[in-house]
Design a protein around this ligand. Structure first.
Ligand code: IRO
Length: 312
């Protein structure tokens, strides 16, 4: 299958990218994704202006039997300069996306000003849905704040930009966020981030699984697949066609990838299952996807993308 996909000035030859936050904290992890068979792109951990150690541990739990995760990492990262050094210093094998975040609007703007002034020419992903910094609502759940930030960003930022969105659960919210995003020259949206503030209990000890926020954390893996598919589908139906979609959420096998394509995904990102299985996951997913294509006699992605059928 020819997976060639373009987003802004970047050409991808495979569908898969790591989800920001997974396998992308250090040079070593980033290089493992660069060199992973069937990986199409790499994205950095969402970077803040300064290095952060993040929340206290345990802050991540994976149930590898059920393919589910919960995390309240608290934005640990090595700081924007570290990741800028990576994307500028290395002859990178794959298109490498830069994930940016900020604890306040000023930090977001300052980070993007630094990127704008740098020689970085790839895609930037503005994370509007950093769920685990306590006391901070997700920007993307505050529609006025979302519009304000995008106004301020696009007043100066001229490099290709995407936004990472949290899941929405209300049709009116799909309408509202899409109406906002359609007002800006976005290269893409990445939907969805983890499903916020879930709770997982240890049956042995009647105790929460993670320490921060009394056990509340962002959910990932199989348990969020239906929500992820709905968000990809709803955004595809509403956004201008030139705004591409990176689909994230619930991908553990080839059929899930296929379903995200049916809902309109241009690329597919893998988070929890990458963390559980490691970078060989991309080759397994591509193999399973090609088996589905063979069964259905599909030879071109245009026969799948956005082709979800409804009941007449
Ligand atoms: O806690 C985190 O670091 C984190 N965790 C997530 O599940 N999504 C995010 O965007 C982030 I910035």
């Amino acid at each position: 299958m020819d997976y060639t996909t373009k987003i802004a000035n970047q050409v991808f030859h495979h569908l898969f990218i790591n989800a920001a936050g997974v396998y992308c904290q250090t040079f070593e992890e980033l290089e493992q994704i660069q060199n992973a068979p069937c990986a199409g792109a790499v994205i950095t951990k969402s970077a803040t202006a300064k290095e952060r150690s993040g929340n206290s541990e345990p802050r991540y739990f994976e149930n590898s039997v059920e393919h589910n995760t919960i995390n309240s990492m608290g934005l640990p990262n090595l700081g924007i300069d570290y990741y800028l050094n990576y994307v500028l210093k290395h002859s990178l094998k794959l298109p490498t996306l830069f994930s940016i975040v900020g604890l306040c609007q000023k930090e977001i703007i300052d980070n993007l000003k630094k990127l704008q002034a740098s020689d970085f020419s790839g895609l930037t992903e503005l994370n509007l849905s950093y769920p685990n910094v306590s006391g901070k609502p997700q920007i993307a759940y505050d529609f006025a704040a979302t519009r304000e930030i995008l106004d301020n960003v696009f007043a100066f930022y001229s490099k290709p930009l995407g936004v990472k969105l949290p899941p929405y659960f209300d049709i009116a919210h799909f309408d509202q966020i899409a109406a906002i995003l359609n007002d800006y020259p976005l290269a893409y949206v990445n939907a969805i981030n983890s499903v916020g503030n879930g709770l997982v209990i240890d049956p042995e000890t009647d105790t929460v699984m993670i320490k921060p926020k009394d056990g509340f954390g962002g959910l990932g893996g199989k348990q969020i697949k239906a929500t992820a598919l709905a968000n990809v589908r709803a955004l595809r139906q509403r956004l201008h066609p030139q705004i591409k979609i990176i689909a994230t959420g619930g991908v553990t096998n080839g059929r899930n990838v296929y379903d995200h394509l049916l809902c309109g995904a241009d690329l597919v990102s893998v988070g929890s299952q990458l963390g559980i299985e490691g970078p060989t996951v991309f080759a397994r997913l591509e193999k399973e996807l090609e088996e589905i294509f063979a069964d259905k006699g599909i030879t071109d992605l245009r026969q799948v993308r956005g082709k979800l059928k409804l009941i007449a």
